[in-house]
Design a binder for this molecule. Structure first.
Ligand SMILES: [Fe+2]
Ligand SMILES: [Fe+2]
Length: 173
C-alpha cells in the first residue's frame, strides 16, 4: 500500500456506498408504507446522493483508472448507464405511487454487485497503486465537494430562517 496517503479515498468511496445502501433501506421500509409523500422525498434524496456519487466516479475516478483498468472502467460505465435507467424508471413509478418493494430490492442487489466489483478493482487500485498525485487530486476533490455542500447547507438553513415556515397541513407537493 502507498504509505504517503493511507486509504482515505477508498474509505470515503466505501462510506458513500454505505450511505446510498442505507438510503435504499429507508426506501424499502417506505415502499410498503401508506405515505407516498414520504416515499417521494426519500426517493429524491437517494437519487441526488447516488447520482452525485456516479458523476464523481465518471468525471474523476474512471478517467484516472482507465489506463490501468480499461475493461473494468468500460464495464463500470455500462453499469452506471443501467443503474441510471433503473433509477429513472423507479422514480417515475414513485411519482405515480406505483413503486413495488420487489423492484427496489432488485436495485439494492444491482448496486451491491456493482459496488463490490468497483471496490475490488478501481478502489483497490487507488488505494494500493495509484500515483500519489492522483490520490492527492482525488482527496482535494472530496474536500472541495464537502466544502461546497457545507456552504449550500448553511445557505439553505439561513434562507429557511428568513421566512416563516409553512404549516405541514398547508404545504403542497
Ligand atoms: Fe460506480
Ligand atoms: Fe461507487
Amino acid at each position: 500500500m502507498n504509505k504517503t496517503l493511507p486509504n482515505q479515498i477508498r474509505l470515503e468511496l466505501r462510506r458513500q456506498h454505505t450511505s446510498i445502501a442505507e438510503a435504499l433501506q429507508d426506501l424499502l421500509r417506505l415502499a410498503s408504507d401508506a405515505d407516498p409523500r414520504a416515499l417521494q422525498l426519500a426517493w429524491s434524496a437517494f437519487e441526488r446522493e447516488l447520482f452525485r456519487h456516479l458523476e464523481f466516479e465518471e468525471t474523476s475516478l474512471f478517467s484516472l483508472a482507465e489506463g490501468a483498468y480499461p475493461d473494468e472502467v468500460r464495464a463500470m460505465r455500462a453499469d452506471h448507464d443501467r443503474i441510471r435507467d433503473v433509477v429513472c424508471e423507479l422514480g417515475l413509478l414513485c411519482d405515480l405511487h406505483a413503486v413495488r418493494k420487489r423492484a427496489v430490492e432488485r436495485l439494492v442487489s444491482m448496486l451491491r454487485t456493482h459496488g463490490e466489483r468497483e471496490d475490488a478493482t478501481l478502489y483497490r487500485w487507488v488505494d494500493e497503486q495509484a500515483p500519489v498525485e492522483t490520490r492527492r487530486h482525488l482527496l482535494r476533490l472530496f474536500m472541495d465537494t464537502a466544502r461546497s455542500e457545507f456552504k449550500a447547507g448553511s445557505a439553505a438553513k439561513a434562507n429557511a430562517g428568513d421566512r416563516p415556515g409553512t404549516p405541514v397541513s398547508q404545504s403542497r407537493v
